[in-house]
Write a protein that binds this ligand. Structure first.
Ligand SMILES: Nc1ncnc2c1ncn2[C@@H]1O[C@H](COP(=O)(O)OP(=O)(O)OP(=O)(O)O)[C@@H](O)[C@H]1O
Ligand SMILES: [Mg+2]
Length: 365
């Protein structure tokens, strides 16, 4: 079993805290995506597992073995980088078999494994070529093949698709998912691309400034973000976040007042509203909103973006906060400077409430 675990792991570079008290367990066989913007500590977290960096604090284990003091070559992990890091003077076959030669495996056994990996990754007709004679996607597949022949306990992949064009990225990400599924090897996959994260990860761990924000399955992360950072980070565009406060009306009616208007809360959300201790942030996904003359919110249209299948109507509320409505290309489009009214999908799951002070999601007590 090769679960990977971080227990209170911190990595400092001088004054920079690259990874801050990270506690995270990746169960055996899981494909976990580490997602976050540039500089948030993703690569550092991978390098800590690989042993290329030493933790300043905390414990890192692979399987039930504490590896803090284990040499990188003895950790039984294989890392795939954004830059393919192939040997330019060696053929594809020699690149793939490189780790097996280092291990002193016999020629015949090497040939079998190279063939197997090459077939798996569609490289079997390219074995005699040099890396310079391959496309970017083919080079990245050679790097993957070189990782899989090692049969490591853990794959560590650092933005392996970012040098590929859009179409090839889609293809290669499907290939990696299928490969990981077949091999069942525990995988940590780093990306700053949320689409990659949503489509590939069994679970996604979102990081910001070295701090783990939330770890959850893609649907849960999107549907129930733990704080306003995750809410705004996921989705394109991200969730609209409107500062406001709760108002208790007649009976047990509760509404949330934001500068765009007063939104009555669905009954199912009242226990959540009861957990609020002060000002809140109302979170509404752009796809949960509709331009609707009888809607409770009002805002001024600033820009209308046509994206082919859908349109983003970008509006400003009176307090300057941005409200984006994502609608199908067929829906009637307002024009810039129009004042519009907006309604919210009545499904209680479409309305999110966060504590304005802590930025944490409010949950029923
Ligand atoms: N060797 C180093 N020395 C000093 N600071 C470092 C070193 N490596 C990383 N850092 C710093 O640690 C922080 C995290 O860097 P890291 O490379 O882990 O980010 P990342 O999430 O992989 O970013 P990107 O998406 O740009 O690759 C950054 O502030 C970076 O400048
Ligand atoms: Mg990085």
């Amino acid at each position: 079993m090769a679960q990977v675990s971080f227990e209170g792991v911190t990595k400092r570079f001088g004054d920079t805290v690259a990874v801050d008290a990270l506690t995270l367990v990746i169960p055996d066989g899981e494909l976990l995506v580490l997602l976050g913007s540039s500089g948030c500590g993703k690569t550092t977290a991978l390098r800590l597992v690989a042993g290329f960096e030493e933790a300043s604090e905390g414990r890192i284990s692979i399987g039930d073995r504490l590896v803090n003091d284990v040499d990188p070559k003895d950790r039984d992990v294989a890392m795939v980088f954004q830059s393919y890091a192939l040997y330019p003077h060696l053929s594809v076959a020699r690149n793939i078999e490189f780790p097996l030669r280092q291990r002193g495996l016999a020629k015949d056994a090497r040939a079998v494994k190279v063939k197997e990996a090459a077939v798996t990754l569609g490289l079997d007709t390219l074995l005699d070529r040099k890396p310079s004679q391959l496309s970017g996607g083919q080079r990245q597949r050679v790097a993957l093949a070189r990782a899989i022949v090692r049969e490591p306990k853990v794959f560590l992949m650092d933005e392996p698709l970012s040098n590929l064009d859009a179409a090839l990225r889609v293809q290669t990400r499907a290939d990696i998912v299928a490969l990981q599924d077949r091999l069942g090897t525990t995988t940590l996959y780093v990306t700053h691309d949320q689409v990659e994260a949503m489509t590939m990860g069994h679970r996604i761990a979102v990081m910001s400034h070295g701090v783990l924000q939330q770890v959850a399955a893609p649907e849960a992360l999107y549907g129930r973000p733990a704080n306003t950072f995750v809410a705004g980070f996921l989705g394109s565009p991200g969730m609209n976040l409107l500062p406001g406060h709760l108002v208790h009306g007649e009976g047990d009616a509760v509404s949330v007042d934001v500068s765009a208007g007063s939104l009555p809360l669905p009954r199912a959300l009242r226990p959540v509203a009861d957990a609020a201790a002060g000002p809140v942030i109302l979170g509404l996904r752009p796809e949960s909103l509709r331009i609707d003359p009888s809607g409770p919110l009002r805002a001024d249209v600033t820009i209308v973006e046509l994206l082919g299948a859908e349109t983003h109507v970008i509006c400003k509320a009176p307090d300057g906060s941005q409200v984006i409505v994502r609608q199908s290309a067929q829906a009637a489009r307002p024009a810039p400077h129009d004042q519009v009214r907006i309604s919210v999908d009545p499904d209680p799951a479409s309305t999110h409430l966060f504590d304005a002070t802590t930025t944490e999601r409010l949950v029923a007590g």
